[in-house]
Design a binder for this molecule. Structure first.
Ligand SMILES: [Zn+2]
Length: 344
């Protein structure tokens, strides 16, 4: 979608334009920082992405595996746009790199940060946007009430864990900053030049997952609900709630879906397909007389090439087993997995 990327004047011309917009100190700052700034991917009108990757958190990626989304709402003539970030990433340093990319591209700071759900790789970058002595204009930090509560509860342990998995150097200086503003489900937000709807999906990937929907351009920001070539994480979610959430999002018929990466409606389908096959495999194992302790060995070889398979498949199977066993004991039918037409 590079055709949507506006041409950026290069070199001295661009630095001069930036300087005019930002004042006398700008040229030196831009010359020092902008040549190496992270390029953001133009994805839809007013929507830019630092894309995630199909990998688990490791020192090699410094914890950057999920997408960071930058939304640009234009202001009046000569005024700086309002910039919103959805998920600032895993660390202070990553958040600072994102803030630098924004300042280099639009000559302004970030006004709002939205946290999609309470996972470390999505939210610990908040610490780059909170109030500090050197930041005259800290961003407002938003999340659903349940995500804020989950962050308060889980983030200390998550910070410790991601420091171990991504490395202490990558997490240097990172501290926990909780959202200060509450997002209400159904709330309309003007995040670009158009209105966006805030959707809260319950008990899906986590207890509360935020998605953002722009109906005119059919752009869906689905954050942790959509994976690509990486095994979904069920640790804080439910397999049936997640499938239901994906059906709800599929019914919107999005053209562009921003999850772990940027794609189309097929990315919703791929995540759903894994969750359905997991459900069916667990149900079949119960029918065959397996015990709960054997669920850990339940394989889905078709997904063995996905990142995180070796680490999580056994855990996901156990998690799904605990969720589905009461249904099976009651003699109910397995949860339906046909769902809406997703254009397969
Ligand atoms: Zn997540």
């Amino acid at each position: 979608m590079s055709h949507l990327r506006p041409a950026r004047p290069s070199g001295r011309l661009w630095l001069t334009a930036w300087a005019l917009a930002c004042g006398l100190a700008a040229p030196a700052w831009a010359a020092a920082h902008c040549p190496n700034a992270q390029p953001l991917q133009a994805t839809a009108p007013g929507v830019w992405v630092w894309e995630g990757q199909a990998a688990d958190i490791a020192p090699q990626n410094r914890g950057h595996v999920v997408s960071n989304v930058v939304l640009i709402a234009p202001a009046g003539l000569g005024a700086a746009p309002t910039v919103t970030v959805v998920d600032p990433g895993p660390s202070l340093l990553h958040g600072q790199a994102l803030a630098q990319a924004v300042r280099c591209q639009w000559g302004t700071g970030v006004s709002r940060v939205l946290n999609s759900h309470a996972h470390a790789e999505n939210v610990l970058g908040n610490s780059a946007f909170a109030s500090s002595p050197s930041d005259l204009h800290p961003a407002n930090l938003w999340a659903t009430e349940d995500t804020r509560q989950a962050m308060a509860q889980r983030c200390p342990g998550c910070l410790e864990h991601i420091t171990q998995t991504a490395g202490a150097d990558a997490l240097r200086g990172t501290h926990i900053v909780l959202p200060t503003h509450t997002l209400a489900p159904g709330q309309t937000l003007r995040l670009t030049d158009r209105p966006w709807m805030a959707l809260e999906l319950r008990d899906a990937h986590t207890h509360s997952d935020l998605a953002l929907w722009q109906a005119d351009t059919r752009v869906l920001i689905a954050a942790g609900l959509v994976y690509r070539d990486r095994l979904p994480e069920l640790a804080q979610g439910t397999v049936q709630g997640w499938i239901a959430a994906l059906d709800q999002l599929t019914a919107l018929r999005p053209r562009t879906v921003i999850g772990q990466s940027v794609g189309g409606i097929d990315t919703l389908h791929a995540t759903r397909q894994y969750l359905c096959e997991l459900t069916q495999a667990v149900w079949s194992a119960m029918d065959r007389g397996w015990s709960a302790s054997e669920a850990e060995s339940l394989a889905l070889p078709a997904y063995a090439h996905w990142a995180g398979y070796a680490q999580r498949q056994g855990f996901n199977a156990q998690r799904a087993w605990r969720e589905l066993e009461p249904w099976w004991i009651e003699g109910r039918k397995p949860p339906a997995c046909s769902g809406p037409d997703v254009g397969r």
